[in-house]
Design a binder for this molecule. Structure first.
Ligand code: ATP
Length: 433
């Protein structure tokens, strides 16, 4: 169910606590562009690391890469983006608002004022710029609208340098740009965003099985990092919804406060991309399967996720309000700050001791130190940004070298010797931080 108030609360928390700011805010902002602040950059980095951890480090059939944003213009002819990467744009003749026709329930009337809409025209979503000092048509290049093509053009490089055997995949995280007609819903749909994409190369005939595998694998990644399962669903594309290159596709969708929306698409792209690049580049992009003693163009399963969209989903899902506090119940791996250290009082050696403890923990966890305001307020401040643990130095610390350790979710406090802090935190945040 739509819940605009919840979204407003999250946007305001993001700004107030340094997660996400509007781009160029002092100049009035730039529509649909957002900046990640000190806490947001940590959260998003943790999301990307969690993805990389699970799809690259924890597997023996995946390689990472990082391709450049600007690519040879032929890439986008081969991929079909120059000719076909467009959305149907309609304008309201009365209020002049613009819409994506395929997002409208009634494609004849303006949803804002009821006015008449123009005929749809195709609007290409790729940003263009010029390479070098001469601004002519020969120097036009595009800002990539997806990271995927950077992987396809490197298929041969990776396969030969890593001596990889099919099935194997290539994973990449990077910026992509789309001149969206109607960006919105905070960071959900923007014109500059980050993708986390895998192209997984398989033998033709095994593609259906691998699509099934990847849709389950990717669905459970979101659950593993804390998203409530009932807020997630897999939706299979209807035949008329499939991209021209796709044989089958599933979306992982999340129930945002503005409704069910796509976090990630898992598509069977067949041999379309490699065949197209082979044709346009005149290079042989086939693979010799030594076991089968046969040569073929691999099929590709593509799990394509948005780093910004999943960060937003993790934020929304973590948000909780209790009588006395707002708490972000992040999975500890994703929490921007893992441990905060407080002196109970700003005297009697408390601050010095608390700083000493923070210094001890700093090489192991991202920490924070806070001495402002009552201890209750300091706990609330950390709850609101999702810090799993708080440590407080008090008078007893000087008697028996112990501190209190407070748990974000249960708010339970235990007394613990300083010498045990590091192993206990390591155990509680075990292998996840
Ligand atoms: P949509 O239908 O929402 O426009 P899409 O189906 O065109 O998305 P894909 O081309 O499958 O999206 O891109 C893969 C992923 O990249 C999406 O699932 C999403 O997480 C992310 N993504 C795509 N476009 C945007 C955008 N404008 N802003 C933020 N993330 C995006």
């Amino acid at each position: 169910m739509a819940n605009p108030e919840l979204m407003e609360k999250i946007v305001s928390l993001c700004k107030r606590r340094g997660f996400i700011f509007q781009s160029s805010e002092i100049y009035g902002g730039l529509n649909s562009c957002w900046d990640y602040g000190p806490l947001g950059v940590e959260l998003k980095r943790n999301v990307k690391n969690a993805w990389w951890q699970s799809v690259v480090y924890e597997r023996d059939d995946m390689y990472g890469q990082d391709a450049s944003i600007l690519m040879h213009p032929q890439v986008w002819h081969a991929s079909g983006h120059v000719e076909g990467f467009s959305d149907p744009l309609v304008d309201c003749k009365k209020c002049k608002h613009r819409f994506r026709q395929d997002h409208l329930e009634d494609s004849t009337k303006c949803p804002d004022c009821g006015g008449e809409l123009t005929e749809a025209r195709q609007f290409n979503l790729m940003f263009k710029t010029f390479l070098g000092p001469v601004e002519d048509s020969a120097s036009i290049v595009f800002l990539r609208p997806e990271t995927a093509q950077g992987i396809f053009v490197n298929f041969l490089n990776v396969a030969t340098t890593m001596r990889s055997k099919i099935p194997f995949g290539i994973a990449q995280i990077g910026k992509a740009f789309r001149n969206e007609i109607t960006p919105g819903n905070f960071t959900f749909r923007t014109r500059e965003f980050e993708q986390m994409e895998i192209e997984f190369f398989v033998k033709p005939g095994t593609d259906d099985k691998w699509l099934d595998y990847w849709k389950e694998e990717r669905f459970h990644w979101y659950v593993k990092y804390g998203i409530k399962q009932e807020k997630l669903r897999l939706r299979q594309h209807a035949a008329d919804e499939l991209a021209h290159y796709a044989k089958n596709c599933y979306d992982v969708e999340y129930e945002f406060p503005f409704g069910w929306s796509e976090l990630e698409g898992i598509a069977n792209r067949t041999d379309f991309d490699l065949s197209q690049h082979a044709k346009f580049s005149k290079k042989n992009l086939s693979y010799f399967d030594e076991q089968e003693k046969s040569r073929y163009i691999p099929y590709v399963i593509e799990p394509s996720a948005g780093a910004d969209r999943s960060t937003l989903a993790f934020l929304v899902d973590a948000y909780d309000e209790e009588e006395e506090r707002v708490v972000l119940r992040f999975h500890p791996y994703l929490a921007p700050i893992k441990v905060a250290v407080f002196p109970l009082m700003r005297k009697d050696g408390h601050p010095e001791k608390a700083r000493e403890i923070e210094r001890m923990l700093r090489p192991h966890f991202h920490t924070d130190y806070d001495e402002a305001g009552s201890i209750g307020k300091r706990y609330r401040r950390q709850d609101e940004i999702g810090t799993p643990y708080c440590i407080t130095v008090d008078q007893q610390t000087f008697e028996d070298q112990s501190v209190t350790l407070r748990d974000r979710d249960s708010m339970e406090q235990i007394r613990i010797p300083i010498s045990r802090l590091l192993p206990v935190l390591q155990e509680r945040l075990n292998g996840i931080c």
